[in-house]
Design a protein around this ligand. Structure first.
Ligand SMILES: NC(=O)c1ccc[n+]([C@@H]2O[C@H](COP(=O)([O-])OP(=O)(O)OC[C@H]3O[C@@H](n4cnc5c(N)ncnc54)[C@H](OP(=O)(O)O)[C@@H]3O)[C@@H](O)[C@H]2O)c1
Length: 177
C-alpha cells in the first residue's frame, strides 16, 4: 500500500480519494487472504460505517473457499450492514457490540463460539475507534479519557475476551487499526 494513498485518505477524504483507498484495501485483503489458510473466520468491530464496513464487504466478495464466516459487529445495524448480511446468507453475521461494554463482549464471545462449533476464530480486527475534535487543542484534552477508553481499553477488552477462541483458530491474528 502506498503511504501517499494512506495519508491522502485521511487528509483529503474526497470521494475519489476514498475510492482509490478502498481499491487499495481490496487488493491488500486479496493478497492477505491468498496466504491465510482456507475458510478463515473474521471478527470485526465498528462495522457501522467507514473502513470496517468496507473490510466486511470486501471479505464477503472473496471466495468462500478463502473466507469463511465474517462476524461484522457494531453498536447498531445500518441499512448498509443489514443489506450485506441479507445478501450473504449465513456468511456475514451481525452482532450488536459496543467495545466498551463487557456484557456485550461476553455475549459476542458466546455467540461466536456457538456459531463456530469448535473451529476457533482466525482473525480479529479491532477497528472500532473514535477520533473526536479537541476544541481546546492539546492544552485541555478534556476527552482524553473517553478516547483512551474506546481506542485502547475497548480494544484490550475485546482481544482479551477472544483470546481463548483465537488460540483455537489456525491463524491467531489480531489487527489493531
Ligand atoms: N492510525 C491512524 O492514523 C488512524 C487515522 C484515522 C483513523 N484511524 C482509526 O481507524 C479506524 C477506522 O477508521 P474510519 O475512518 O473507518 O473511522 P470511522 O468512520 O470514524 O468509523 C469508526 C467506527 O468505530 C465505531 N465505534 C466507535 N466507538 C465504538 C464503540 N465504543 N463500540 C463499537 N463501535 C464503535 C463507529 O461506530 P458508531 O457510528 O457507532 O460510532 C464506526 O463504525 C478507527 O478506529 C480510527 O480511529 C486510525
Amino acid at each position: 500500500m502506498s503511504p501517499a494513498t494512506l495519508v491522502a485518505y485521511f487528509l483529503f477524504p474526497t470521494l475519489a480519494t476514498q475510492k482509490t483507498f478502498l481499491k487499495t484495501i481490496s487488493n491488500v485483503l486479496e493478497d492477505t487472504c491468498s496466504y491465510i489458510h482456507q475458510m478463515a473466520n473474521y471478527f470485526i468491530t465498528g462495522c457501522f460505517r467507514g473502513l470496517s464496513l468496507a473490510f466486511a464487504k470486501q471479505l464477503a466478495s472473496l471466495a468462500p473457499s478463502n473466507v469463511g464466516t465474517i462476524f461484522a459487529t457494531a453498536r447498531s445495524e445500518t441499512p448498509a450492514l443489514y443489506n450485506l448480511v441479507e445478501s450473504c446468507g449465513d456468511r456475514v453475521v451481525f452482532i450488536k457490540l459496543d467495545v466498551t461494554n463487557q456484557s456485550n463482549i461476553n455475549d459476542a464471545v458466546k455467540y461466536v463460539e456457538s456459531t463456530l462449533q469448535g473451529r476457533g476464530l482466525d482473525v480479529l480486527i479491532n477497528n472500532a475507534g473514535i477520533l473526536p475534535l479537541t476544541p481546546d487543542s492539546v492544552h485541555a484534552m478534556t476527552n482524553l479519557d473517553e478516547v483512551l477508553h474506546t481506542n485502547v481499553t475497548g480494544a484490550h477488552m475485546v482481544t482479551s475476551a477472544f483470546l481463548p477462541l483465537l488460540k483455537d483458530g489456525k491463524e491467531k491474528k489480531v489487527a489493531n487499526m
